[in-house]
Design a protein around this ligand. Structure first.
Ligand code: UTP
Length: 294
């Protein structure tokens, strides 16, 4: 069985749900406490054993490339100021092996993944959405999916979690049956179904292990929901076996304002330098008084 060595992070979307913040800067660079969203995702890929990362970028996404590039002036300044910890941090970032391809226009997630075809070649690969962060204390989310892929003959794995009924119309939804704890044999997939047509509330959330036959399907997939080329539609067309894996971890949708706020609060409370002061602040906050100010 081939190793999962490569990961694709699509980050070329417009981020319209987060305007005006995303008018001139990528939503994938929105900081959670002090670290850009995409850095958490790149780190998850590295911690899961990924060796090569391809980021799909587009217009207004230069900040992502700058973030993982060398910054000579900044390094010199930090050296002069004796800020060794910060210097190591920026040097480590520049050492991460990241490649880039531009998606010419944001025609949908499926089209973004198709841009990775020549980079991937003929091997299985991981996809991590550039605005989905998953917090884990034990096994990184992507590693859980990779382990499931190896345990089941290298088939396609969809990273999933159960969502509240009112959320099913926001996601790709799986129909299938559980074949072992947390693993589902996928019988069908539907993108953003209205609640009354949803086959379950098991939603595809931001992580995938795909096999290279996906590219043939992507090539033939017409526009779907939202007039975009949907990755879910291409996966649903695959004739090869598909499993859904219900992963462990707290998942945050950073492209959604409420998801971003939740991530900021919870990562703030997990941060050893901030936790105590932030907890005190939250406990003393007169929430109703603040809300009445608006
Ligand atoms: P989203 O649907 O969450 O991103 O795609 P979006 O289209 O930017 O969001 P809104 O709805 O306008 O706010 C999930 C991921 O796929 C990327 C996005 O950048 C995001 O990381 N994506 C989406 C692409 O790379 N290309 C696309 O054409 C669409």
């Amino acid at each position: 069985m081939k190793k999962v060595r490569k990961a694709v992070i699509p980050a070329a979307g417009f981020g319209t749900r987060f305007l005006p913040a995303t008018k001139a800067q990528p939503k994938e660079m929105l900081p959670i406490v002090d670290t850009p969203t995409i850095q958490y995702i790149v780190q998850e890929a590295i911690d899961s054993g990924i060796e090569d990362i391809l980021i799909i970028t587009g217009r207004n996404k230069r900040a992502i490339e700058d973030h993982f590039d060398t910054s000579v002036e900044l390094e010199q300044l930090l050296q002069q100021q004796g800020k060794k910890q910060h210097l190591d941090m920026v040097r480590n970032l520049a050492n991460i092996k990241v490649h880039y391809i531009r998606q010419k226009s944001a025609r949908g997630l499926g089209d973004a993944i198709y841009c990775a075809k020549s980079f991937i070649g003929d091997e299985p690969f991981a996809v991590l959405l550039g605005d989905d962060v998953v917090y884990n204390t034990h096994t990184p989310c992507l590693k859980q999916l990779i382990d499931c892929h190896y345990a089941h003959d290298g088939v396609t794995i969809l990273g999933t979690q159960f969502v509240a009924p009112e959320k099913v119309s926001s996601y790709g939804i799986v129909s299938g049956r559980e074949i072992e704890p947390n693993v589902y044999e996928v019988a069908g997939l539907v993108e953003k179904p209205p609640l009354e047509y949803a086959p379950s509330n098991l939603a595809v959330l931001g992580r995938y292990i795909l096999t290279p036959d996906i590219f043939d399907e992507l090539e033939k997939t017409p526009q779907g929901a939202g007039n975009e080329i949907q990755l879910t539609d291409a996966i649903a067309r695959l004739s090869s076996r598909i499993l859904a894996y219900s992963y462990e971890g707290v998942r945050y949708d950073i492209g959604d304002r409420l998801g971003y706020l939740k991530a900021t609060v919870e990562y703030g409370l997990r941060n050893p330098q901030l936790a105590e002061a932030f907890k005190n602040y939250l406990q003393e906050l007169d929430i109703d008084a603040v809300m009445n100010e608006s």
